[in-house]
Design a protein around this ligand. Structure first.
Ligand code: SF4
Length: 274
């Protein structure tokens, strides 16, 4: 069975309960990598054939999973490059908060999590290095392709208030909020110390009763507001993080890319603390 056939047995909500960020990734892991289909609580395994029983699972090995996902990502990069090939960067730059390099390079210049990006119609450079991970390329080309909209107003809302986000709330929690919270429990000073390296600005008087709050301009017109509550041993509360979005955020990215940007922010914050 192919992943696209298997995915029909899932509800396709990308809820993350199986441990994978998306149903397609889980479908690839089951059909190509021998993953247990029962890890998705919504799959009725009695509907699946013998192919997925015990030893018959995963004939192609885990390598097949990576290959399939890479191919899908690379195809999406190619598609987005084609889509952006018709965009006039000089005219588009202002609306998405970028600088235009001029006609010679015809690139967009901006910051992504505190690092310099140069995006042309063919390549993306971060700090002068060509970006290898297709997921970063997808994110950055997607940002350009969206073309911007109303400027951020810093009216902050949670992921749960964004349209079609029910399945993404958990993904955001697992891959971003809990990752930051667990890595910086009793380390608020370290969280604050690393913040400027990813362009995050500590807020002096956050309205919420949190330990620290940050304004994080992950992309030029895409700020996040990150709240951190450290562990409260007395009352038995673990450390907690809440990420908030500008109410106009959907003018700048789709929900999938938005969750990915948060995942990248968490990864980078943790990396910087190593
Ligand atoms: S657990 Fe959620 S993300 Fe995983 S396959 Fe099932 S519906 Fe999709």
């Amino acid at each position: 069975m192919q992943p696209l056939e298997f995915i029909k047995f899932t509800p396709r909500t990308n809820c993350g309960e199986c441990g994978y960020a998306a149903c397609l990734a889980f479908a690839a892991a089951v059909t190509k990598g021998g993953e247990n289909p029962e890890k998705c609580p919504y799959v009725d395994v009695s509907q699946l054939g013998d192919e997925f029983s015990g030893a018959n699972r995963g004939k192609d090995g885990l390598e097949g999973v990576g290959k399939l996902l890479d191919e899908k990502d690379l195809a999406l990069v190619a598609y987005l490059k084609k889509k952006t090939s018709t965009i006039d960067f000089a005219a588009a730059a202002e609306k998405i908060g970028c600088q235009w390099s001029g006609p010679e390079k015809d690139s967009l210049l901006f910051h992504f999590l505190g690092r310099d990006v140069e995006l042309s119609h063919d390549t993306v450079l971060i700090e002068g290095q060509e970006v290898e991970d297709p997921r970063d390329q997808i994110l950055l080309y997607n940002y350009v392709h969206f073309g911007g909209g109303d400027k951020p107003e810093q009216e902050w809302i949670g992921m749960e208030s964004l349209p079609n986000s029910i399945s993404k709330v958990r993904t955001l929690r697992v891959y971003c909020e809990e990752r930051i919270a667990s890595n910086f429990t009793e380390k608020a000073d370290l969280l604050i110390k690393c913040a400027p390296k990813l362009g995050a600005i500590l807020q002096e008087n956050p309205e919420q009763s949190c330990t620290a709050a940050f304004f994080v301009p992950v992309l030029p017109r895409l700020p996040l507001f990150v709240l951190f509550w450290d562990e409260d041993k007395e009352d038995g509360f673990p450390a907690k993080v809440k990420v908030l979005f500008d109410q106009n955020v959907m003018d700048f990215l789709d929900i999938e890319s938005l969750v990915f940007v948060c995942e990248r922010m968490a990864e980078r914050w943790v990396e910087l603390a190593q």
